[in-house]
Design a protein. Sequence first.
Length: 320
Amino acid sequence: MPFQQHEQTGLVWFTADVLNDVPHGFSTRKGGVSPAPWDSLNLRPGQGDGPEKLRENYRRFFAALGLDETRAVLSQQTHTANIRTVTAEDAGKGLLRPRDYTDVDALITNVPGLPLTVFSADCGTVLLYDPVHQAIGAVHAGWRGCAAGIVEKTVAAMGAAYGSRPAELLAALGPCIGPCCFETDGDVPEAMRAALGAIANAYITVKGPKFHVDLAGLNRQWLLRGDGPMDESGEAGRSAKVLSEIYTSVKELSGEEQQFILDMIQTYNLTNRCHVYLSPVFGSIEPVQIVEFMLKHRLNGVRLQIQMHKVIWDPNERGV
């Protein structure tokens, strides 16, 4: 079994066997102090549960991993292929002090004791470890990042910064939405084929007018490119949607969560643009999915405003 489940004082998290030599963890929703709808181990700043609860969640989770939360460095994800080389001067950014960077979906460092933090609801995550040069990487790889080759680019960035070689790296693919549940239109398969060529077809299944996509499998293909395959890689085997009781999944909203969304809607003339504010319920949800949710509930004349992070979706551009 490539992943191990751990439980301690209410916390539930997973580790990858292949990364046993380096402290790491894939968190779940369990074991924190945040109230609904952020219950309970919310680790994403600015979601409405308050900085005190956020800090306590980090303290609990990082203590279980044997890490110092005051040195955590957080990504600032916008579905790009941008990578930040993290130094000691970045310690605490995103949690204890503001980030002075934007549009960063992957982090790399060789500074000991500097935890790198990326976020995911249904999107893929990849953790990288170079035992030779003692360097690490953390990657947020949703379908846009996957299509942009962010995993391969992060491997290359570690090579440029630290001398890491692909064949020396160890990698773990974290929990993400599985092909059972990642139903898309044609734009996602088209983007994957454009990026990876015919090899992408093995990870795309046609089901009527829709497509089901194996995001983890596609991200893994990026690991196998370049100078040679990784020595090992682990992959979480079940979909975040299927396990939505412990993972945050944008594809699986309870009735209570849906009502929370509906309660936050304000009247707006939705003609050319939809202004969307993401909540922790959604994590890294695509704006298109929110619009589809609105249309499903006959809300196509309103603005959906749910907390914090602003994204603008233009129907003519389909996505951000």
